[in-house]
Design a protein around this ligand. Structure first.
Ligand code: AMP
Length: 540
């Protein structure tokens, strides 16, 4: 017997059509570089995304060609999320916080042919364009100033399209977007998403027991649209048609809070650093911000401190922690209490919310230690491995690596956790040698190699140490060469120019020797224990 159901490929362009037909009048608000508000709606989003698709096709974009974006969060970036895909191209978001040389490497590795860039970010683009094979530069005139000679104005480019256009043939497994994530040894690795992966991710993301987003919500994504598909918000938003409020380049609490209030935002999302700063501002004038009670914040990218969840609970704002990776589209688990915890105490409720949560439907999760797969007893720890339809099974144009994928095809996440009997994951450590500061990765190995390049340094190990504002910051442990001496200031100056300023360690600690494992590697777990209670200078 066969099913009688239609064989319909999952396709993100269905969300675009649906948004145009059902939600045309729903508002899309964007903060521009001059801080004014640009007001648009899903009807315009639909029309302009399709114009972009037609214009790209007319400009010779072939199926599967990569179109990069270098943009803040605003209406035009939202249009590219769908316009590029509708043309059959692959949307490649570039992380503007990386060092220009790294962005250039990524754009070149992905073979980006076209870039769509905010006019305010052109100076950054100029720093890496020579490294790339980009043929066409389309500039979004956010400031209204004339676009420099040699570049195309985004509005003029849209005007080359007629509106009389239809989608190319698409398969649900066709690539739609790509995103690079930091590699331990420096070189970033590309993840390529498909229609199928992002449609399924959107459907599950909106479930009440997941992020719980509906068309009646007003969503302000603080998470940059160049981070892991903006956590899936653009696709999910087009699917449900919720009002969108884009913050542009302004992510300070003093800019976000009034926008939350004036646009009646009900749900927002971002890394803990954003909300740590905001909690302080709200706490200073609780009466003023009482209007925000009832909001929900999806927080992830780094562990969310329980104290933060409690602070926002006190303001009447719910924090929903999610865990995931660029490799997992990104959401894989979500921390909400379940029907199996009917009588939990207040403390148990907060402890649950401070865990990384339970796996979403369609995500399989296991923890694997030295002795194999570990039981879900809340005590046994191992590496988190995941498997599912929105989890990558390889990296773009890189050889298959056993460090990243198991022989039976699961993703090795590099996060170490215990899982409670009810399925709640609690991350305890990380095997990947990376530091996550304010949502951005820093490679400890790259820093170590650079520091060890200093003529007065014999050895150096860089570790992540918890930080009250940035989640983590790098601390460098340094052994000077015998008879040589070097200061923290000299090392800092030595690293400047080679790394983005925010990636340079805040502290350099000088020691006689670095502890080693039996095989001679740096024993970083011992260093992490040793510096666990490190107290950062307030300025760090
Ligand atoms: P990215 O690919 O940049 O999104 O980073 C993914 C990594 O961020 C994960 O492998 C974790 O190490 C970390 N991460 C993400 N969410 C959480 C969370 N809720 N708690 C702890 N670590 C997290």
């Amino acid at each position: 017997m066969r099913s009688t159901m239609m064989q319909v490929p999952l396709n993100l362009c269905h969300f675009l059509e649906r948004a145009g037909r059902l939600f045309a009048g729903v508002e899309i608000v964007s903060r521009l570089p001059d801080k004014s508000l640009h007001r648009s709606n899903y009807g315009e989003f639909y029309r302009r995304s399709r114009l972009l698709a037609e214009a790209l096709e007319g400009a010779g974009l072939r199926k599967g060609d990569r179109v990069a974006t270098l943009m803040w969060n605003h209406y035009a970036h939202f249009e590219t999320y769908f316009g590029v895909i509708a043309s059959g191209g692959v949307m490649h978001t570039l992380n503007l916080r990386l060092a220009p040389e790294d962005i250039g490497y990524i754009a070149n590795h992905a073979q980006d042919r076209v870039i769509i860039v905010d006019d305010v970010l052109l100076p950054l683009f100029e720093q890496f364009k020579a490294q790339t094979r980009i043929e066409r530069v389309i500039v979004v005139p956010l400031t209204g100033k004339p676009v420099p000679e040699g570049y195309l104005n985004y509005e003029d480019f849209l005007a080359t399209a007629t509106g009389d256009w239809d989608y190319p043939e698409m398969d649900e497994n066709d690539p739609v977007a790509m995103c690079y994530t930091s590699g331990t040894t420096g070189r970033p690795k590309g993840v390529v998403y498909s229609h199928r992966s992002q449609v399924l991710h959107s459907l599950v993301q909106c479930l009440p027991d997941a992020v719980d987003m509906s068309g009646k919500d007003v969503m302000l994504p603080v998470v940059p649209m160049f981070h892991a598909n903006a956590w899936g918000i653009p696709y999910a938003a087009a699917m449900i048609g919720c009002k969108l409020v884009f913050p542009g380049p302004y992510l300070h609490p003093d800019d976000l809070l009034p926008l939350f209030e004036s646009e009646k935002v009900t749900v927002s999302c971002g890394v803990p650093t954003i909300w740590l700063g905001m909690a302080q501002v709200i706490a200073r004038d609780r009466e003023r911000w009482r209007c925000l009670a009832g909001m929900r914040l999806t927080v992830g990218g780094a562990a969310v401190p329980e104290s933060l969840i409690r602070a926002f609970d006190g303001f009447g704002i719910e924090i929903i922690q999610g865990w995931g990776m660029t490799e997992t589209s990104p959401i894989a688990t979500i921390a909400k209490t379940t029907q199996l915890q009917p009588d939990i105490t207040e403390d148990e409720r907060f402890a649950t919310m401070a865990s990384q949560g339970y796996p979403l439907p369609l995500v399989d999760l296991r923890i694997v230690g030295d002795a194999g797969e570990q039981p879900w007893d809340g005590k046994s720890v191992g590496e988190i491995q995941v498997h599912g339809p929105w989890i990558t099974g390889s990296y773009h144009d890189l050889p298959h690596s056993e460090d990243s994928f198991t022989a039976d095809g699961w993703l090795r996440t590099g996060d170490v956790a215990a899982v409670q009997p009810l399925g709640f994951v609690k991350i305890t450590d990380r095997t990947k040698d990376l530091i996550k500061s304010g949502g951005e990765w820093i490679s400890s190995v790259d820093l170590e190699n650079a520091i060890m390049g200093h003529p007065a340094v014999a050895e150096s190990a860089v570790i992540a140490v918890a930080h009250p504002k940035w989640s983590e910051r790098p601390l460098a442990v340094v052994v000077p060469k015998s008879g040589a001496s070097v200061s923290a200031e000299e090392l800092r100056a030595f690293l400047e120019g080679r790394f983005a300023r925010w990636a340079i360690p805040d502290a350099f600690v000088f020691v006689d020797a670095i502890p080693r494992t039996s095989t001679g590697k740096f024993l970083k777990s011992r260093l992490r224990d040793q510096f666990r209670d490190w107290s950062w200078e307030p300025a760090a």
